[in-house]
Design a protein around this ligand. Structure first.
Ligand SMILES: [Zn+2]
Length: 61
């Protein structure tokens, strides 16, 4: 099982996507990428949007 996210699912016009084995790992990648959008610290509402945008995929991404 893979957890994946697309930046566009969070409502950003961006092609970035990431996949990881755990949500924790994925969140680290998201936090690093968020810096590209100027979020050096993710606000709570953004974290909530990110969490709800995370998908569980059975296939590898
Ligand atoms: Zn992005």
């Amino acid at each position: 099982m893979t957890k994946s996210i697309r930046c566009s699912d969070v409502g950003v016009d961006c092609e970035w996507r990431a996949a990881a084995k755990t949500e924790g790992e994925l969140m680290v990648m998201v936090e690093n990428h968020a810096k590209a959008h100027g979020y050096f610290e993710m606000p709570d509402d953004l974290l909530l949007r990110v969490r709800s945008a995370i998908r569980e995929d059975t296939a590898n991404v």
